[in-house]
Ligand binder design. Sequence first.
Ligand code: NAD
Length: 490
Amino acid sequence: MTTSPSSPIDVKHLIGGDWKSASDGATFETRDPHDGALLGTVARGTADDGAEAITAARRTFDEGGWSQMAPKERAKILHQVADAVDAHREELAMLETRDGGKTITQSLHAEIPRVAHNLRFFADYVSMAANEAYPDGDLLSYVLYPPAGVVSAISPWNAPLMLATWKIAPALAFGNTVVLKPAPQTPLTANRFAEIALEAGLPPGVLNVVHGFGGEAVAGPLTSDPRVDRITFTGSSATGVKILQAAAANHTPVSAEMGGKSANIVFDDADLDVAVPMSLRAIFGGNGQVCLSGTRLLVQNSIREEFLERFTEEAPKLVVGDPKEASSFMGPLIEQRHLEKVHGYVELAQEEGGKVITGGERLTGDAYANGFYYPPTIITGLDNTSRTAREEIFGPVETVIGFDTEEEALRITNDSPYGLAGILFTENLNRAHRLAARWKAGTVWINTFFERDLRLPFGGEGISGLGREGGQYSREFFTEPRAVTIRLRK
Ligand code: NAD
């Protein structure tokens, strides 16, 4: 396997097909959260850089080479890009693992394959989706889906290229041009992907990439420039509000996928051989740095002791270590600041009266010496009113809450400002349907977790999201659906 970059990568913006430094020459560093190694020196984008990228995307869109191209031709190019991603899978996976600390198993077998799948799915969707037509006597009405225009795509660090392409793939497939701003913690795969896409035949200016930070810097124009037609954002709920405020000035539509505090409910009729390992994955997979994580574990009191015994016995056995090793189940947290935030919540949990029954201290020792390692941590003794149970920690910290009845479980579950996902373990089919219908969440998984069919709507309720993407929902967002009515003559 291609290993890591041997010397730091010079990460520039990609604007109109050219690689460019920041307008003022400023840079920032991206480092490996496992050992602090310098991986790249990155263009620290200015507002001018953001505006220049929008100009390039606008010009490319208006020239029509991409936006007016027959959809099947665009699909062909996106398939070529997907094939090229497959061909570079090991390289991209190792870059992702080094830049963000994601385990190599996950990068190699889940996230980079999903990048290629995102591209293929939307390439095919464009040619296979049905269009509405309504013949009505001498009136014939139908719907056109022209591309919206220039799309700003702003993505987070926790699943960098997978989430970036979850935005780029539909935007491009429907004929838009894109300015992507990856998270500053993980800029490497976005650039390598853009390079690979150009080589595979994506025309210059169709995908532009700028690096840096939010607010007044490079991301400013991406959310406030009137030449932007759509903003697709994934990140925290707090940033989402700022983006919505900036976008409102120009009436720019925003699709926002934001934070979560999802419940994972285990009933006493659940198959514990399924529920225990799935629940472990649902909170500790990806270090709990997953928006969809089942961070509130609701266990029916009649099985609480048995379930917790098994859950608590298994959690410390999950291998935490160098994410480049195939044996590691968890890697380091993304950065020092985030480690402090996560540990701060564990301290808060204790102040609130909670008891840490496993984990709860930063991992130290040779193997963890220069990395931001935190173990699987389980907290009991808190109820759903605690801040620990209400705020997004975004780390490997599970809060366990007991309940007696189905109604009580649902009340606790829905008593949250978030509403992203839900996980349910039960063998009672009627109960599963009853709860799914009343669950405040964009996605509900029953006896499983993290399965994604890209035809389904994806998004959240409450402060977890605004709008949905996926299949037809992506088409509605990334196009301007237009009703056409013709009066036919005899
Ligand atoms: P973040 O909100 O700090 O940053 C996300 C992106 O927004 C980054 O690229 C950042 O540079 C940019 N940004 C920051 N301020 C901005 C501003 N004012 N204007 C424009 N852009 C700005 O989030 P993060 O820490 O990178 O990611 C973790 C968060 O993302 C968690 O809350 C997690 O739940 C959420 N998330 C949600 C989903 C989902 O699908 N709902 C998926 C993954 C992550």
